[in-house]
Structures are given as structure tokens and as C-alpha cells.
Write a protein that binds this ligand. Sequence first.
Ligand code: ZN
Length: 503
Amino acid sequence: MTVHAALQEQMPGLAARLLAAGEVHRGVAREPVSMPLIRQWCDAIGDKNPVYTDAAAAAGSVHGGLVAPPAMIQVWTMPALARTAEKAAEAVDELFAVLRAAGYTGVVATNCEQSYDRYLRPGERLRATTRMGDVTGPKRTALGDGYFVTWHTTWYSGNERAGRMMFRVLQFRPPERSSEPAAAPRVAAAGSDDRYPLRPAMNQDTRFFWAGAKAGELRIQRCRGCGKLRHPPGPMCPHCHGGDHDYVVASGRGEVFTFVVHHHPPVPGRTAPFVVAVVALPEGVRITGNVLGVPPDQVRVGMPVEVVFERADDDLVLPQWAPALAAPAQPAQATRAHEMPAHEMPAHEMPAHRMPDLGTPVSDGPGRGTQAIGSPDLLPELVIPLSATTVVTTALATRDFTALHHDQAAARAQGSADIFLNILTTMGLTQRFVTDWAGPRALVQAIDVRLGAPAYAGDTLTLTGRVAARGADGSVTVQVRGLCRGGDHVTGTVRLELAGEPG
Ligand code: ZN
């Protein structure tokens, strides 16, 4: 019997036994929730939220004092470096030991879902319990054949539950090592210069369009002779050959007429894959743009979209598209714009797309924030260059001493191009991205992420997001996507409440 077959025979029994063991206590955290670790985590993640580190600001906040970042919850009960050898005593690790012995030596985290009962304060000491979840496999994956292993952790402070987590990893057999290590990705050019690299040509025929984008208006050229709208703008009307023109402001809504997903070649200023769409406007013209805030595989022909204005740099704002929410922001005006043929509507009666105040995004720390304007539901993009130092310092700040996150040789031995971000950091960056936007009033309730392409040292992580739902109780669900060169590094949702939000 081969090792592989023996494993397949052994695995269900082992998984069943671990499942039957139920909730297993993993002991009390070695350290209480503490300010030095919180500060180190905030520095590494680039989180400037004052409720974590500024005692005076925290005292005046909804928390009434300093609290720990919710996404740190797993950090408090991570095994210390000196205790890594003892891990075999833990329930799930018995399963991993068996898998490793059978050649499944590679491991990557694939899913993490955390929910928080409340924020933790410095001085609290957590304890954790784990419960075995599913084991599925062997399955063929891009990394190699492997088993998906799920477990559940619950944290308690005293006898009070503080938070819960579902965690899934893929334990896989790395492919035979080739003599050539996989090429490390080049540092992406984007972000090295503050000026957006692809600039549209502007001339006297198109200047009104780009000025409109800067002002948060999607402007469509109109012939003053026959009243017909046209796009792209040009000097002469194709219908009546008149040369006199002005413009109307479009409703800002449309639907995807057709689209392509761009993978290659690399385009400066954009991270592949991205969607280039032709959007049909109810005003009767079509316009091209990227569809943002949604994974490319979810874009469909006929999908309702709305314009968002992406600030490319200080001089350039690009009209782009994002999936439309169910209810238009201004139903009365939007309906009228749809019903009245655009060429019959005087320009001054065309509703301008609203430009709500998003506040000032926090943009320092690692990463450069660019403010998206024009929609209250699109978060400012966050671009994070991932140096080797970023990967190592964030792994250590999350108390993850796994060699894959600091030792290039170990990472390459399992087929990775380089060291890569650990999932605790991805959780932290996802939280930071959303709370940078939501501000210190945000009470994060849950973060669910699914990991895709590894975020390697030398890569750039670009986080985009949009509000997926707003509850009547003030709760907000934000969809988050983090792209790197290999594609989606992370997709997920963050659920939060805005304290003090009128409900
Ligand atoms: Zn005309």
C-alpha cells in the first residue's frame, strides 16, 4: 500500500476522532493584551487609528479608553517562538503531523473568518479553545495535491466569549523542485511615481470632458444644431455635420454593454487582471472605462453600473464604473433622467452625479492612499508596496514565526517564488483599509477573507472596496478585494457598525 493510499484510508478515522474530541482547551495566552505588542502591530500594519495607541483620543472615543485592534485577536494566543516545538500536542497539529509524514509538507492558509463579541483592552488575558472542522481531500490544486483542513477557535476573557474564528489551510505536496527557483516578481512600477502613467490626450474638443470628471460630472457632448449626443467628443456632428456643440451631464448610471478582462501584458498604473468595459448609458451613448470594486469574474453583460470618479493623481480624475447599488441615490432625479430622452432635456436640468464628502483618508504609513471621489460607496484605494522588510516585520508583529514568512529558502522549497504575507497580516491590512475609511467611530464586528494568489515580497498589494450593504441599524458591510501581480490575493467582507450613526 502506498503512503498516499494509506493516508486516504487513515484520514477519515483520524478526522472523526479529532471531531469527536470536541472543544479542546489550548491554555491561556502567555502575555496579556499589551500596549507594546499593539504599538508594534500598528506600526507594522500602518494602522493609525488613535483608539489603539493614543490614550487621550481613546478616552474621548466610543470605547472610553484604549482598545486592541480586533484583527489582533489571534495574535494574543499565537504560540511563542520557544513553544513552537510543543505545538504537536495541540489537536489539529496531530493531523498535520500525519499529513507531513505522508509528504504533504507545503501549507498555505486559504480562509479566515473572525467575529468579535467586543473590543479587548490592555491587561486582559485570553484563553482559546479549538474544535476540529472538515477535512477534505485529496484535491488537485495549483500548488499541488492537498487536503483542506478547517478548524474553529473560540477566545474567552475570563468566562466571557470575546471572539470566534474559522480557519482553513491547504496542506499540499509541493511539486518536484526544479533546479531553477521561480523568478521573484519585479517590483511593480506603479507607486514609484505620483503621476499616473497613462494620460489621456486632451485637446479643445475633449477638455470639457476631463474638466467634468474633475468636477464629479460625466459630461456628454451635444450638437447644438440637431441636439444629438455623441461620445467620444469630436469637432463635428456625424448626423448634421454641425460644428457647434455644448454638453449635458449624464445621470451617471449605465449598464455593461461588453467587456474584456485584461491579464497581459502589464499596463502601467493598473494591476492585472482588470476589466475594460464598454458601458451603455441611458442617454444613448457608450463609453469605455474600468469596472472597479468587484472581482473581474463577477462582471456580466447587462450589469447595472454607476460612475465613480477615480483620482489618478493631482491633475487627473478618471470616470470609472462600479456595480450599481439597488436603490439610486436620488430616485426622483435618476428616474427622470432615464425616462426623458436625453436630447430633449436642457443641459441645466440634467442631474449631476452627487459628490458626497468622504472625509480625508489616512494615507501615510506603509502604502499610499488615493482618494476616490464621486460615490459614498467606493472606498479610497490603498496601495501597499510589499518589501521583504514589510513581509518579515508584519509576520513578527503578528507573532507568526513560520519560516515561509521570513526565510526565502524555506519558501522556495515549497515552490513559492519568495517569502509572502501571512494571513494574520492580510486580516490586519483588510481591517486597516476599511477603518481608514470608516474612521475611529467604526466598531468592527467581523472580517471574513478568502486568500488567492500569494502576496510575495517585491509585489504591490492594491486594496479596493465598496459598501455592499447598509443596515437600518447603522451596520455596514464592505466588500474588499486585494490585488497583487498574481491576481486576487484576498477577497472578503468586513462588517462594522458606525457608533453614533443615526439609525
Ligand atoms: Zn448635429
